[in-house]
Design a binder for this molecule. Structure first.
Ligand code: 6GU
Length: 240
């Protein structure tokens, strides 16, 4: 997976990706990150990337030109890469991070993890000129119903959840499967040693060595927890 990120805060993106599991995945060549600093592509002599909105109103908009030229640089990089590897550049989805987008979820992460490359456009200020969005964006994506100051954290959230689905990124192949959301329910409670801590004992069934009973207990706990904390997930399932 190759990520290309168009942003005004490239250091935020690179720092966010240079830790833990994602850093290791980059070292192993399982994922790669190319950041493109939009300010580096503005033709404005004061390096401005934003301007006033037609029709008035508060706030500034990111203008078309700097984003378009950044986009051309991304396309150029993708073409060079493909040529060097002797393949034709594939279909490229360009994701614009916006609270007005489709809400990101696990199924969407799984869909995107099958792509070979993804381009992210992180917006700032009050938004982006609609014309550049019409020209280049294939997917408008939000990470939830709240408003953030820019698209960088959402892009990191998406790259984190997509990357961990790529084969080899997680150590244990199983760990991406048996977890919250994969069967549409939350994960059961888990315990490690000691078997008693502050007077609280690990449930006996988990110490029993009785595998079938352990599975049954976990299934019950998953359903109970989902009913208590996320009843909407159970309602979703009956609706399917
Ligand atoms: Cl993708 N962008 C911004 N600015 N705010 C958000 C968001 C995205 N998703 C949720 N809130």
């Amino acid at each position: 997976m190759r990520y290309y990120v168009m942003t005004l805060f490239p250091e935020l993106i690179t720092k966010g990706m240079n830790t833990g599991v994602l850093w290791r995945a980059m070292e192993q060549g399982l994922i790669s990150l190319d950041c493109f600093h939009i300010r580096g592509y503005t033709k404005n002599k004061h390096k401005r990337v934003d301007d006033y909105t037609y029709g008035g109103g508060a706030g500034m908009l990111m203008a078309c030109q700097p984003i378009w030229d950044t986009y051309l640089a991304v396309q150029e990089r993708i073409r060079e890469r493909a040529a060097a590897e002797g393949r034709s550049p594939g279909r490229k989805r360009l994701i614009y991070l916006t609270p007005q987008g489709r809400v990101f979820d696990q199924a969407f992460a799984e869909e995107l993890s099958k792509e070979q490359e993804l381009i992210f456009l992180c917006g700032h200020y009050e938004g982006v000129d609609e014309r550049i969005l019409e020209e280049i964006v294939t997917d408008n994506v939000s990470i939830g119903d709240y408003v953030l100051t820019g698209g960088e954290l959402p892009a990191l959230v998406m790259m984190d959840s997509i990357s961990r689905l790529i084969p080899g990124v997680l150590n244990n192949d199983e760990s991406a499967e048996d977890e919250s959301f994969n069967e549409g329910v939350l994960e059961y409670p888990q315990y490690t040693r000691p078997d008693e801590w502050m007077g609280k004992r690990v449930p006996d069934v988990l110490l029993s060595g009785h595998h079938a009973k352990v599975l049954e207990w976990r299934r019950e706990q998953s359903l109970k927890r989902t009913a208590e904390r996320r009843p909407d997930l159970l309602a979703d399932q009956t609706g399917k």
